[in-house]
Design a protein around this ligand. Structure first.
Ligand SMILES: *Cc1c(COP(=O)(O)O)cnc(C)c1O
Length: 380
């Protein structure tokens, strides 16, 4: 097996993969309607439930061919009964995406907004659910990948359940990284795609959730043909296969990635991501960068650094210098503040971050940015 050039991706997914996962895609051509392929699917679907400690009787996983956003689309459009309303607890770009999905489908919804650097106010969440007894679906994002803030999903889920609503959570940027327990975290449905925490490739996305609620949704309005949770679930139950052509090679890679996930172990993997995250923050601190989210509110996977007020600072120039040397940094996703992000996803470790900061520091020097970096209003 030829080693493949290693790029350290510090963007919020797709993540750096191992060579064994890359090579798992290189297989003899196969028609996915063959029994041999179908039998792979069962184990894969069960593993995806086990990652969030779900009981296989009560929870199932439903796979889709698409990037992570397909899950948000499917969950929201499929799980809302006729005449009911969606509540989106929104403090960032990914919950805003859920709001846009409601708008595109014309679904009654409440966009309960909080500042992007603040956790949602649980009293307001409860009051809103209380005041609107037609809310049947509460949705939020676990780790708002745009900033790296961790939302209190267990508490929001408890409120949803207290008033009889279903709770869907976008866990795309925590699943298979920061440990999740679907039942204890009060989640009815969570979701992710293979290119993030699992460290495989784009093209395979999945919703893990409560089987009884999916079965109940059989009678809900069908708002999409391709993106309907019940229709895809029912096809899996009948045939063990995806309704339409699955992403064959990505599935082989994901099966290899799952083997590597179990071999590394949930705790050891989270400890590794934490090492990487701590190394990122130490590097940013040393250079004087300020961040958007308070340390105690961070998920531990995304650092969102504020652009320094240095006339020579150019994200593009720094990005290009690092990119040419195998390190990818990423712009922020906050409309009010200019930020860039460094993320702790993927098959990387502390040593990769040390190597990165050597290059990053060089990039700042070469472009004439003063270090430690300066911000307006500093007394230095
Ligand atoms: C990455 C991500 C998604 C999916 O984005 P795609 O570009 O569609 O893969 C959804 N939600 C969150 C929180 C994410 O981090």
């Amino acid at each position: 097996m030829e080693p493949i050039k290693k790029n350290v991706l510090l963007n919020p997914g797709p993540s750096t993969t191992t060579d064994t996962v890359k090579y798992a895609q290189v297989i003899p051509d196969i028609c996915p309607r063959e029994k041999e392929f179908g039998s792979l699917m069962k184990g894969l679907r069960e593993d995806l439930v086990k990652i969030v400690h779900g009981d296989l009787e009560r929870y199932t996983s439903v796979l889709f061919c698409g990037s992570g956003t397909i899950n948000i689309d499917v969950a929201i459009n499929s799980l809302l009964p006729e005449g009911k309303k969606v509540l989106v607890v929104n403090n960032g770009a990914y919950s805003t995406r859920a709001v846009e999905i409601c708008q595109y489908y014309g679904l009654p919804h409440i966009d309960l907004q909080f500042p992007v650097n603040q956790r949602p106010d649980l009293e307001k969440v409860e009051q809103t659910i209380k005041d609107n007894p037609d809310i049947a679906l509460v949705h939020t994002t676990h780790n708002e990948t745009g900033t790296g803030i961790l939302n209190p999903i267990r508490e929001i889920g408890a409120l949803a359940h207290k008033y009889g609503a279903v709770f869907t959570v976008d866990t795309t940027s925590t699943y298979a990284m920061r440990p999740i327990n679907i039942k204890e975290d009060n989640i009815d449905f969570c979701m992710a795609s293979a290119q993030k925490g699992l460290m495989a490739f784009t093209g395979l996305s999945f919703i893990v959730g409560n089987r009884a609620i999916i079965e109940k949704s059989a009678s809900y309005p069908k708002r999409s043909y391709y993106c309907n949770l019940y229709l895809q679930y029912e096809f899996f139950e009948k045939t063990g296969e995806m309704h339409f052509t699955p992403p064959v090679q990505t599935i082989y890679a994901t099966i290899q990635a799952l083997k590597e996930y179990w071999a590394e172990g949930e705790e050891a993997k989270w400890a590794r991501h934490t090492r990487v995250f701590n190394a990122i923050n130490a590097g940013l601190d040393e250079l004087g960068f300020r961040q958007v989210i308070k340390p105690e509110w961070k998920t531990g996977l995304v650092s969102s650094a504020i652009y320094p007020d240095d006339p020579n600072w150019s994200f593009e120039a720094v990005h290009d210098y690092c990119y040419e040397r195998g390190f990818t940094i990423y712009p922020g996703k906050i409309s009010t503040t200019n930020t860039f992000r460094l993320c702790a996803l993927g098959a990387i470790d502390e040593a990769d971050i040390k190597d990165f900061f050597v290059v990053f520091k060089e990039a700042l020097e070469k472009t004439g940015v003063q270090t430690p970096v300066i911000y307006k209003g500093d007394t230095k």
